[in-house]
Design a protein around this ligand. Structure first.
Ligand SMILES: [Zn+2]
Length: 446
């Protein structure tokens, strides 16, 4: 994620001087996620009426029981559930706060695969995060946007809304004729059905639910194939071609980041630009969503997340540095390698911010303390500086080797900061724990 606030604080990196839930619940979002099963696939059909804001939907959720299950829960905020079946048999349903509780006809054995089908409808709502930002289902003037970092996806999809229960996704989006419906992954088909158009999308690599996106609205859906990567881009027609010119750099950015981090992790790419006042861009898997006309730096940032955040996911939200610090450092390194200021120059300029500016330096990037600080400036800026400090200590070749190894070893998985520190030690042959301790965990200016 990159918020306009954060972009404003930093300016373009080249120019500015300013500054399956098997373990315990997530410390920041303990109510999200459910024990007892592991989802492998979501097959989601959404039919949306922009005028009324009504959604009519079915989700088929393929999972495996990780323990004997008499009942289980999915995360779902609001909406009316009109029917639930498990393996074709009607199931008992109860609602709790943010939960859909399902009692199958018979209990499920440990290791048993099962498919839950949920029919639901209603007007999905926006979710306000602990930091005041909005996500979930967001109505736009010509459609809607479904986004979920960190826990908003449950506003429009019953899911195991937790980190480390990645699954593949298929989306069938039915919209009034003339509108487009875009999601993650590859566009499989576009079919006309009376007065409506149905768009079929397929995300074939595992994805955390919070990285799912659905965007409905006007625009031209462009399909290209740069470097053999099928790419789909939807831009709200209210943006002029000039305003979104930076999007043309996407193939070049993917090429550059692939050259340093290893092959692009997904089998499709693209961008969604929609007019919202959300004020942020989000690294939705394979196809980031920009709630405003993005500049080059923002696209570099969200594209870096395809490796760091999407392919290599988090295990716990307090480890957000592994996403945002890495994407921020990539902005600086991209600038350095494309005729802008070097990452070291950016580091030195930022390092002039006095220790008295505690809002800049705290909370430490390795633990933001509370969910309210998940996207604090220090998560990004001090987080990027931590990686540049590592580079200063071990040199560029070793630094890039560590990042590439990280993206390779944990491709499509989930990992934590301790694993990164261990990998850095191993690759560099040094004991780097004191450096990480200072940069990631100690309060105040390192
Ligand atoms: Zn980000």
């Amino acid at each position: 994620m990159l918020s306009l606030l954060c972009i404003a604080a930093l300016g373009p990196a080249g120019a500015s001087t300013a500054a399956a839930q098997t373990g315990p619940a997530d410390p920041f979002f303990p109510r999200s996620g459910n024990p007892g099963y592991d989802v492998s696939h979501y097959d989601v059909s959404l039919s949306y009426q922009p005028h009324s804001g009504r959604l009519n939907a079915t989700a088929a959720i393929e999972a495996t029981a990780t323990q004997r299950l008499r009942r289980f829960a999915l995360d779902l905020d609001g909406l009316n559930v009109t029917g639930v079946s498990v393996d074709g048999a009607a199931a008992g349903v109860a609602r709790g706060k943010g939960k859909l509780k399902v009692t199958p006809h018979g209990s499920l054995a440990r290791g048993e695969p099962f498919t839950t089908v949920v029919h639901y409808q209603g007007r999905p709502q926006a979710v306000v995060d602990p930091d005041g930002s909005e996500e979930g289902w967001y109505r736009t003037s010509d459609g809607a946007l479904g986004v979920g970092e960190p826990v908003g996806t449950a506003a429009w999809l019953p899911c195991d809304n937790t980190l480390a229960d990645k699954a593949t996704f298929a989306f069938e989006i039915s919209v009034p004729r003339g509108l487009k419906g875009v999601a993650n992954g590859r566009l499989r088909s576009v079919t006309r059905a009376g007065s409506r158009t149905v768009f079929d999308w397929d995300e074939s690599e595992p994805m955390d639910p919070y990285l799912a996106v659905v965007d409905i609205g006007h625009g031209r859906l462009e399909h290209t194939r740069p470097d053999g990567i099928p790419t789909w881009t939807l831009v709200d027609p209210r943006f002029s071609t000039r305003e979104v010119l930076a999007l043309e750099a996407l193939p070049k950015i993917i090429r550059f980041e692939s050259s340093i981090y290893g092959p692009y992790p997904f089998d499709s790419a693209g961008s969604i630009v929609d007019e919202t006042d959300l004020g942020y861009a989000l690294e939705t898997q394979s196809r980031p969503i920009y709630g405003f006309a993005p500049d080059l730096t923002t696209i570099v940032h969200e594209t870096a997340h395809q490796w760091f955040g999407d392919s290599v996911g988090l295990r716990r939200w307090p480890n957000i540095w592994l996403n945002e610090g890495f994407a921020t450092w990539t902005e600086w390194y991209y600038a350095e390698r494309h005729g802008g200021r070097s990452a070291l120059q950016i580091f030195r300029a930022l390092d002039r911010v006095p220790a008295s500016n505690t809002k800049f330096w705290d909370p430490p990037s390795g633990h933001p303390g509370t969910a309210k600080n998940l996207f604090a400036t220090s998560t990004y800026v001090r987080g990027g500086m931590a990686l540049e400090a590592l580079r200063m200590k071990i040199g560029t070749p070793e630094m890039l080797k560590i990042l590439r190894r990280w993206a390779t070893v944990h491709r499509y998985g989930s990992a934590d900061i301790d694993q990164f520190v261990a990998l850095a030690d191993q690759v560099s042959g040094r004991r780097l724990e004191p450096l990480f301790q200072r940069w990631l965990y100690e309060r105040g200016k390192p």
